[in-house]
Write a protein that binds this ligand. Structure first.
Ligand code: PMP
Length: 421
């Protein structure tokens, strides 16, 4: 169907006043040409673009939407708090209540600090680990995303070598490479950073190998370094606890963001007793970090996390989606790799190095009212229903059929040429 006229008009205006037309992870520059850039409305599991087309949204705002867009109870808590007290000269009681709620829910956590974005939390984790150990080096997995600050942004523009100093990279789930990185750090290891599972873009996801997680824990115990799990993306979609609770490993620090207030702006650094001293000595703050309204929204979100079966439901829906897609892909003669937890799936086609099949299939899904992502992990939300999964599977059947018809004639995806260069 192509782009709608309102979307086209906004893009043209943005060209003049927004650098590059759009920036960051919400830019559609690397998506199929017919993906809308601008949206007008959302409710539950659905969103509508500025041309009035509705989609069942499997991106969930890249994570923040856990219980459904515009969730009435969460938004009511937000609005009520906003009307009483939000950004003041000092925090409200909501801050203590929220820290108590996190400490009560996340088994490794003895304290909590709040900020706005995931990058705030991961940067604070790095600073706390360095303050605690009085060492500099951090070990990270190659290709893992921990945010957009100079120390962790995936793009080199504007970043100096000094910004990236004292970092050693290993391969996720590869114990030997982790040991090698830690050995290289010598007596200067401040922290090992770990994603809860490998959720890099453009490639298959991998669940954490328990032995790798345990080895990371051991290496930190032996060296006195802190273990950091970056749960900004996966938090609350894998467990009602830190995601590495699923492999029996407790970090010293964990970082949270995205869905903890169902889309309202707040993120968190949680820590265990050992790091409390350092966390109380570093200077970290922000004008909006103490806002009460997002904290009220987070309190309600965490209550729903504790009191509802949202996780079991999205796991069940995710499992249905995975099985159903597998059947429909196979029936059409395609091999679709679905990786990661069923609540955060990523789909890649076999024999599709430049993603031409993935692009064509995703476009065909979009045309059928289902918003999927061709190379980033997706997110399920608790507002999705069995009917939504049925609708998705029906759309998928049509999209696979369409792909079968056009597959032979697809050209390379120019905008993803870097993948095969
Ligand atoms: N860590 C991880 C694992 C993330 O997925 C993200 C965001 N995609 C971040 C950190 C950074 O979060 P933010 O964009 O809110 O700064």
């Amino acid at each position: 169907a192509g782009l709608g006229s309102n979307d086209k008009a906004l893009r043209a205006r943005a060209e003049a006043v927004i650098p590059g037309g759009m920036y960051g992870h919400q830019s559609v520059a690397l998506l199929p040409d017919d993906y809308p850039q601008y949206f007008a409305r959302a409710e539950g599991a659905r969103m509508w673009d500025v041309d009035g087309r509705g989609y069942l949204d499997f991106m969930c705002a890249y994570g923040p939407n856990l219980f459904g867009y515009g969730h009435p109870e969460i938004n009511a808590a937000f609005v009520r708090q906003m009307e009483t007290a939000d950004a003041l000269t000092g925090p409200t009681a909501r801050m203590v209540e929220l820290a108590e709620a996190f400490v009560g829910m996340v088994s490794h956590a003895d304290w909590a600090m709040f900020c706005k974005n995931g990058t705030d939390a991961t940067s604070m984790a790095m600073v706390v680990a360095r303050a605690h150990t009085r060492r500099k080096t951090i070990v990270l997995a190659k290709g893992a995303y921990h945010g957009s600050a100079p120390w962790c942004t995936p793009r080199p523009a504007g970043v100096t070598a000094e910004d990236r100093a004292h970092q050693i990279f290993c391969s996720y789930n590869d114990i030997a490479s982790l040991e090698e990185a830690v050995a290289k750090a010598g007596d200067d290891l401040a922290a090992i950073f770990a994603a809860p599972f490998k959720h890099d873009a453009f490639i298959d996801q991998s669940l954490p190998d328990a032995a790798y997680a345990r080895r990371a824990r051991e290496l930190c115990d032996q060296t006195g370094a802190l273990l950091v799990v970056d749960d900004v993306r996966a938090g609350l979609r894998v467990a009602r606890d830190c995601s590495w609770s699923t492999v029996g490993v407790k970090p010293d620090l964990s970082t949270w963001g995205k869905c903890i207030a169902n889309g309202h702006p707040i993120s968190a650094l949680l820590g265990s007793e050992i790091a409390r001293g350092a966390a109380s000595h570093v200077f970290v703050t922000g004008s909006y970090w103490f806002q009460a309204a997002p904290m009220a929204a987070a309190l309600t979100t965490l209550r729903l996390v504790r009191e509802t079966d949202y996780l079991e439901r999205i796991e069940r829906l995710g499992a249905r989606l995975r099985t159903g897609l597998h059947e429909r892909a196979s029936a059409a003669g395609f091999s679709l790799r679905q990786t990661g937890p069923v609540t955060m799936p990523l789909f890649l086609f076999d024999d599709d190095p430049d993603m031409r099949k993935g692009f064509a299939w995703s476009s065909a899904m979009l045309q059928r009212g289902i918003y999927v992502h061709p190379w980033h992990n997706m997110f399920l939300c608790a507002a999705m229903t069995d009917g939504d999964i049925d609708e998705t599977l029906n759309a998928a059947e049509g999209a696979f059929k369409h792909l079968k018809g056009v597959a032979g004639g697809l050209g390379p995806v120019e905008k993803l040429a870097f993948l095969t260069a």
